[in-house]
Design a binder for this molecule. Structure first.
Ligand code: HSX
Length: 205
């Protein structure tokens, strides 16, 4: 199968969706676990190839990944031979420029930072995360990157929880920063088999 079918919930998205299970976690009935993708090198490679193909012809100066699951997509930066930077939560990285507090799908607020000098005025930046839910994380990332005088050309998310309308929220504030969600909750149907006594021990934050 070619890796240039970026259609949300298309055949390739459906194939990848099969290896992403969901669990009750952090009080969320369906928490989609990107660990299932990592456990399948074939599918993981396909996601990297899809993203590399999608952005191969786009002028990009840097790629940013969100703390923490966005960091899994560093192979996309290697495939495209672009610098990668981390958008990290507060207190995790030296020499950091911070943005404003933001809230996300499950409890709590946070603050993102990027390495000083990671993006320069005029840069065209691609942001990547495993999932967009409320869009709080993406919005905070776009805001921070653009405060440096750069432009976010797209936010790539492997999963988009459409019912939370996060992509719409990001794009109503930043119409030029397209949000591409590859797999929606409509096709994420891999319910994890839970052992007896399974407990949701996810921290709220
Ligand atoms: C999850 O929350 C994902 O890995 C993302 O980084 C984030 C998405 O939530 P939201 O900010 O869109 O609500 O941990």
């Amino acid at each position: 199968m070619a890796t240039d079918d970026y259609t949300q919930d298309g055949p390739l998205a459906r194939e990848i969706a099969q290896v992403i299970p969901y669990f009750p976690f952090k009080g969320i009935p369906r928490f989609y676990d990107v660990g299932g993708l990592l456990a399948s090198p074939t599918h993981f490679q396909k996601v990297v190839d899809i993203m590399a193909a999608r952005y191969g012809d786009l002028k990009i100066d840097a790629i940013g990944g969100f703390d923490a699951r966005g960091f899994l997509f560093t192979p996309v930066a290697l495939a495209l031979n672009k610098p990668f930077f981390m958008l990290r939560k507060k207190g995790k990285m030296p020499n950091t420029i911070y943005g404003e507090q933001y809230t996300k799908e499950y409890a709590g607020s946070d603050c993102l930072g990027i390495p000083r000098g990671a993006v320069k005025p005029g840069d065209r930046v691609l942001l990547i995360d495993d999932l967009v839910a409320t869009g709080g994380t993406l919005t905070a990332g776009v805001e921070l990157v653009e405060a440096q005088g750069a432009t976010v050309v797209e936010c790539a998310c492997m999963v988009e929880l459409k019912f939370l309308e996060g992509a719409k929220k990001v794009q109503s504030k930043y119409p030029h920063a397209n949000v591409w969600g590859f797999i929606s909750e409509d096709i994420l149907l891999n319910e994890a088999k839970l052992p007896d006594g399974y407990e949701d021990d996810g921290e709220a934050h």
